[in-house]
Design a protein around this ligand. Structure first.
Ligand SMILES: Cc1cc2nc3c(=O)[nH]c(=O)nc-3n(C[C@H](O)[C@H](O)[C@H](O)COP(=O)(O)O)c2cc1C
Length: 434
């Protein structure tokens, strides 16, 4: 199952037939309406390709892609992480070799998303690498900045790929994959044990399973729209500036250069566009962290109901934890566990069962009606946070975190805090009255 079947199964895709420029115009359109997938039939200068964005720019789209209810996403991902499914033998790929040592932007559009510091970026690039020590294949997203010809500069945070790369002598073989089913994208964005194969996790997440093909010893989804066979060299170049999740300019860093040796494309390929800093990017970053945070909070508070990294907090820096509060002190313990479970989290708000943690209006209502700042806000100074938070003291590399307890205070009558609703609001259907 790939992104084509996903698109075929939806009737709300916005299909744009007019020519669009991959520099600014395409990302502007993708950002202007993030409510449904958007297909660009005519990308200026690239008559052979199409582009697609906003496949999973909301929790509802994500849930649809996984075939679950919106509040079942965490459980579906946790189950797939705990029980990854072994892959069947590789099949023939549905993509073909188009060019060796390709001049990449002769073949596919590489968008420029933001002005001021113009850079061409793939923000949807997923690196597939086999760990030579364990034989387990890792998938992880790494943005790649185009540097002309067949060269890219890859942003590599110090996690699993970086670890494999630093243990490798000489160039590291990789495949870069773009345009796959969102289940593969979600799996690639999880930070779980290096022992787990993200392809096997995606295989468990996808109802009909995942077919893989092998490209020179590296397995990739057989129906990927684009695959770059490449190696990461030991040369470093300046990468960025790039607009990251915080929607502010990130700093430049010296990052490794990637040389692409072969370009594979499907016929009439879809080039997958994720606009950095916008809602789809945020969801893909945040949602895969939630099952892990949930498990850690559950250890402290078994009555935890849900964990959400909120788009307003860049789906990375702010979270909301929903609990079934049994004792005074539960919210603070839940908050501390959540901050420990996701060290990038700066603020965590704890709410009761009757407040939807994914609805910012309800969360703010709970803060407005159930909490007092002197009693219910706890700050934790000099903690390590996310490099993406520009408000921190970069010199010291630390920041202040906070826990907001927006639950009904203990020793008070719950009825005083119950939201009174107009009767029948959930049952009436306006269409019946037109
Ligand atoms: C759209 C998107 C872009 C990302 N870009 C990068 C990136 O440029 N560099 C990076 O190191 N991680 C990036 N990430 C985060 C990693 O993919 C993610 O943390 C992944 O879990 C790391 O896998 P690992 O634990 O196997 O190392 C991105 C995630 C998403 C969803």
């Amino acid at each position: 199952m790939g992104l084509r079947q996903l698109l075929a199964g939806r009737d709300d895709t916005t299909v744009l037939t007019e020519s669009v420029d991959p520099r600014f115009e395409l990302p502007a359109l993708a950002t202007a309406d993030e409510s449904a997938p958007m297909v660009f039939e005519d990308v200026a200068g690239y008559p052979e390709v199409r582009a697609v964005s906003n496949l999973v720019s909301s929790r509802d789209l994500l849930a649809d892609a996984l075939g679950v209810e919106r509040d079942g996403i965490i459980e579906a991902m946790s189950t797939a992480m705990d029980h990854p499914r072994a892959l069947d033998d590789p099949v023939d790929p549905r993509f073909d070799l188009v060019a060796t040592d390709p001049v990449l932007d002769d073949h596919v559009p590489i968008p420029v998303f933001y002005d001021e510091h113009e850079r061409q970026y793939f923000a949807s690039s997923i690196a597939a690498v086999v760990d030579p020590e364990t034989g387990v294949q890792n998938l992880s997203f790494h943005r790649t900045m185009y540097d002309g010809g067949n060269e890219l500069v890859m942003r590599m945070v110090e996690r699993h790929l970086h670890d494999i790369y630093s243990r490798t002598e000489g160039p590291l073989d990789i495949a870069i994959v773009m345009g796959v089913h969102p289940a593969v994208e979600l799996a690639a964005a999880t930070s779980f044990s290096p022992e787990m194969s993200e392809l096997e996790m995606a295989n468990a997440l996808l109802d009909g399973g995942l077919e893989v093909a092998e490209v020179d010893g590296i397995q990739v989804p057989a129906d990927a729209e684009m695959v770059l066979r490449a190696h990461i060299t030991d040369e470093y170049r300046e990468e960025g500036p790039f607009v990251d999740l915080s929607r502010t300019w990130d700093r430049t860093r010296e990052q490794p250069v990637v040389e692409v040796s072969a370009l594979y494309l499907r016929e009439d390929p879809y080039v997958r566009i994720i606009v950095p800093g916008q809602t789809e990017h945020a969801h893909l970053m945040g949602v895969p962290q939630e099952p892990r945070i949930f498990t850690i909070v559950e250890n402290a508070i078994p009555t935890v109901q849900s964990v959400v990294l909120t788009p307003g907090g860049c789906s990375w820096l702010h979270g909301v934890v929903q609990i079934d509060k049994r004792r005074e002190g539960d919210p603070k313990n839940a908050g501390m566990a959540a901050l420990a479970g996701h060290p990038s989290m700066k603020k965590v708000t704890v709410v009761d069962r009757d407040v939807d943690p994914a609805d910012p209006q309800q969360v703010e209502w709970a803060e407005a009606t159930r909490m007092q700042p002197d009693r219910d806000i706890t700050t934790i100074e000099h903690a390590k946070g996310s490099s993406l938070d520009p408000s921190q003291d970069y010199e010291e590399g630390v920041l202040t975190k906070w826990i907001v307890d927006a639950t009904v205070p203990e020793h008070r009558d719950e009825d005083d805090f119950r939201e009174v609703r107009v009767p029948g609001t959930d049952d009436v259907d306006i269409e019946d009255y037109r």
